[in-house]
Design a protein. Structure first.
Length: 100
């Protein structure tokens, strides 16, 4: 009997916690815009971002490090690849332990 009452108590506590969390989180987010305004604003935003990308893309291709950091350019070139190496290392580790 004690086991059933503790399971029921856990269920009630979890439900109360979820309801409380949803009411707190619901008040902290902004409501989505209305459908009529979102259609025109979305098209406008897409056009602006496409124009911005076309405008910035040639500058990004010619971007340079500041003169003080030019010596570190080879390291900076390799840095974006590091997360891929960590992902591969995780698979290698799991393969070595038999994917336990």
């Amino acid at each position: 009997m004690a086991r059933r009452s503790s399971a029921l108590l856990a269920l009630v506590a979890t439900t109360a916690l979820l309801l409380g969390a949803s009411s707190i989180l619901g008040a902290s987010f902004v409501a989505p815009p209305s459908r009529a305004h979102a259609a025109t604003g979305g098209e406008e935003l897409a056009a602006l971002s496409a124009a911005g990308a076309v405008w910035v893309l040639p500058e990004a291709a010619g971007a340079r490090l500041p003169d003080e950091f030019v010596a570190f350019a080879p390291i900076v070139d390799v840095l974006p690849i590091l997360p891929i190496f960590f992902l591969l290392l995780a698979f290698l580790w799991q393969a070595s332990v038999g994917f336990r």
